[in-house]
Design a protein around this ligand. Structure first.
Ligand code: FES
Ligand code: FES
Length: 152
C-alpha cells in the first residue's frame, strides 16, 4: 500500500508502484487537469508540485511519491482564484489550452520562491514548458500581473 498527500487529502492505493504518477492522477483519480504531452520530460504539460517543487509527473513513479506532498492544478486554489489563474484569464493566455495547467503550475513554483521576478527570470524559468500555440509572451505578462497582485 502506498500513501501520500494529494491536494491536502490523504490518498492510499495498492496500485503497481511502477505506475507513473501522471497516469494514476488521470486514469485512477480522474484528475485530468494534468496533461500527457510527451511522456519524456520534454514538454512540461504534466507538471505538478512535489514537496513544493515543480516536477514532471510523467517521470515519477507511485513508489517515489510515498509519504510525499503532491499538488496538482486542481489543488492550486479553492475557487480557481489563485492570482495566476486570475491573471491567465485577464491576459487571455490560453489558445488551445493543452499546455496551460503545466504552465501555471510551473509559474506558481516560481512565485513561491521569487515574489517579483524579472522578465528574463520568468522566461528562463518557464523555458522547461513548451507551448505549441506560442503563447509565451502572454504567459510572461500574466506572471508579471500575478506577481504584482501578490506583492500589493
Ligand atoms: S508529459 Fe511530462 S514532460 Fe511532457
Ligand atoms: S495553448 Fe496550445 S499548446 Fe499552449
Amino acid at each position: 500500500m502506498i500513501s501520500f498527500t494529494l491536494n491536502g487529502k490523504k490518498v492510499e492505493t495498492d496500485a503497481d508502484p511502477d505506475t507513473m504518477l501522471l497516469i494514476f492522477l488521470r486514469e485512477e483519480l480522474g484528475l485530468t487537469g494534468t496533461k500527457y504531452g510527451c511522456g519524456a520530460a520534454m514538454c512540461g504539460a504534466c507538471m505538478i508540485h512535489m514537496q513544493g517543487a515543480p516536477m514532471f509527473s510523467c517521470q515519477i513513479t507511485l513508489a517515489r511519491v510515498a509519504g510525499m506532498n503532491i499538488k496538482t492544478i486542481e489543488g492550486l486554489s479553492e475557487n480557481d482564484d489563485h492570482p495566476l489563474q486570475k491573471a491567465w484569464i485577464e491576459e487571455q493566455v490560453p489558445q488551445c489550452g493543452y499546455c496551460q495547467s503545466g504552465q501555471i503550475m510551473r509559474a506558481a513554483a516560481l512565485l513561491d520562491s521569487n515574489e517579483s521576478p524579472s522578465e528574463e527570470e520568468i522566461r528562463n524559468w518557464m523555458s522547461s514548458n513548451l507551448c505549441r500555440c506560442g503563447t509565451y509572451n502572454r504567459i510572461v505578462k500574466a506572471v508579471q500581473r500575478a506577481a504584482s497582485e501578490m506583492s500589493s
